[in-house]
Design a protein around this ligand. Sequence first.
Ligand SMILES: [Zn+2]
Ligand SMILES: [Zn+2]
Ligand SMILES: [Zn+2]
Length: 344
Amino acid sequence: MAKKEKESEVFSKGASSIWYLSEKHHLAILHKRQKEILRPKMALKRLSLFFMALLFSFSLKAQEAYIMVLGIAQDAGYPQLSCKKTCCESMKHNPSKPEYVSSLALVFPEDNTYYLFDCTPDFKKQNLLLRETQKGAELKGIFLTHAHIGHYTGLMFLGRESLSSKNTPVYAMPRMRNFLEENGPWSQLVSLQNIQLEAIENKEVLLNEVQISTIEVPHRDEFSETVAYSIKSKKRSVLFVPDIDKWSKWEQDIKSLVKQYDFLFIDGTFYQENELPDRPMSEVPHPFIEESMNLLKDLDKNEKAKVHFIHLNHTNHLLWDSKAQLDFEKSGFKLAKTGQIVKL
Ligand SMILES: [Zn+2]
Ligand SMILES: [Zn+2]
Ligand SMILES: [Zn+2]
């Protein structure tokens, strides 16, 4: 019994979910080390125990679930097809790089599996990107926000002409499920059982102790509802809202949500009014980043740092203008970055 108690004192859990040696045990090791100068054999044994404990702590750390950002661009990606404006032309002359369409992966290193939040036209490349970090990771399911092209069309790669997956669970709202069941080529994924449609409304999906749930969001819902995803482990919470018309149309208060969640990836499609000189922006409403920053300006530094803008349109200068990016950094808000990892 006494021996067991001693073992339990070896580790204490830090706030950042990393496991540390407890102070008491650390002091005990130091004290014993003084005596062990005279007893080299014992010292060797103690040292090997210490390194075993250290190894154990690293293996625990490696098993933690995490979120990885797989893309930050609006539905049509960056650069956009045939765009001859500075935004996409500038790619030829400066170090800006192509950006994949916005998507998150929820990764479970313990069984080397992952789930996608939105399945984009860049799915193939995003799968490769993920596997650079998580070798051989296997796709276990997909959560869809809505039926605009950047958010679900990657499903085509699960079909007969490509992976031909077997009953990959695809979580979606009722109209979204109906849209996939009733319209080709998506209906073929259902009839050939490449995908298995799963309800996501009014429930929590529990994956290895990570809770996934939806919050409905006002958006141009021509083909389906639109949802935000809430992803909560026992230690951290993440909110994903890639598309929304305006914060004022939502029954949720974004300011309160920033306080509730540890990490937020929110709609940063456009930076400001008049960004699309050739068409009325009311046709494609989104909260401008300027508006969002103004709405959240009273938050303290730590809270502002939780807010990460994602789903940037090619016209949004934060995607390609390094000077604008530097100025934006001073605001305290963040831009989501492809490859960024959030430990859960
Ligand atoms: Zn979108
Ligand atoms: Zn462009
Ligand atoms: Zn949309």
